[in-house]
Design a protein around this ligand. Sequence first.
Ligand SMILES: *Cc1c(COP(=O)(O)O)cnc(C)c1O
Length: 376
Amino acid sequence: MAHAPVPFLDLQRINDRHRAAYQAALSRVLDSGRVLLGEETAAFEREFAAWCGASHCVGVGNGFDALRLVLRAWGIGTGDEVIVPSHTFIATWLAVSEVGAVPVPVEPAPDCCNIDPARVEASITPRTRAIVAVHLYGRPAPMRELSEIARRHGLKLLEDAAQAHGAQLGGRPCGSLGDAAAFSFYPGKNLGALGDGGAVTTNDPALADRVRRIGNYGSSVKYHHEIAGVNSRLDELQAAFLRERLRVLDADNAHRRRVAQAYRSGLAGLPGLTLPASDDADRLSAWHLFVVRHGERDALAELLTARGVATLVHYPLPIHRQGAYADTPLARQSLPLAEAWAREALSLPIGPTLTDDDVAWVVSSVRSACDRLATT
Ligand SMILES: *Cc1c(COP(=O)(O)O)cnc(C)c1O
């Protein structure tokens, strides 16, 4: 009955697989004599753009910067509104706030974690400039519907793909489905660096050029600054590490998919438990997270902890109720679906090094916990 603890995500083990390659990458960077704006970053940008099916990739400092640099490059700022999902990681909203615009939250679809396209148009005003579509938990957002709405209203469509490296919609990878996409390489993401990193992908060469300039102090020629830019660059070392991780990303994502399938079949029909939507021929999740819902979420988490199964909540407090927005009208919005996610969501362990044995233990633990909660 006892089993070794199942960590939520074993980063140590994930990175240990690449120890020799990472050490070789460090030597390569040291030998090159360049730590910024060199060949490793350029090579990673080419490789990642190709992997996403986008024509351009610009490495930046982190995922948050990827979002805000695109918004800035589009000239979005004070007086503008940007549609965002009510249920997402706070970075999506903060990037909009950071450029001086107002995030306008739209609730998710009833059976999905992602923004409900049917609710978007009611939130569009003459000030609306863009929609940020988040592929939350790795599940592709309804991009066809959102593209159609964006086209009809002359809005930009930005993908927040920070959780969606390798997700696909209609056979096309996330990162090439909107006007631009923002990626994060935070260590815990499907494609993680050994520190912070991010990227913007786009098929628009002028946008790529502008994002690159804004992220490099507004400069394309050293010490000439055409725009008041900022400093946000992907460094050579992180790029070299990411090139190694990119080689195994398809295999890692395939492993995540198998874990998700095993969870879905092992946990089907349990009392009180709602499973995440399954993949189909059209929509392939990157399975960054496997998020179930349960009316007694905290009790479920406690029973799992007692069995050594680590869980997390993504996310426990809805963004409109965070202190960060306490002084804004957003704090008074009624967003019951976002609130319900915050109350009921529970993320089970998933990752490229989770073993069959771990998965079986998680399944039996969730089964016994749900049965117990149903009879008390
Ligand atoms: C992680 C994440 C970000 C931010 O990425 P950082 O690299 O941590 O700045 C943005 N949006 C979503 C949905 C994320 O999960």
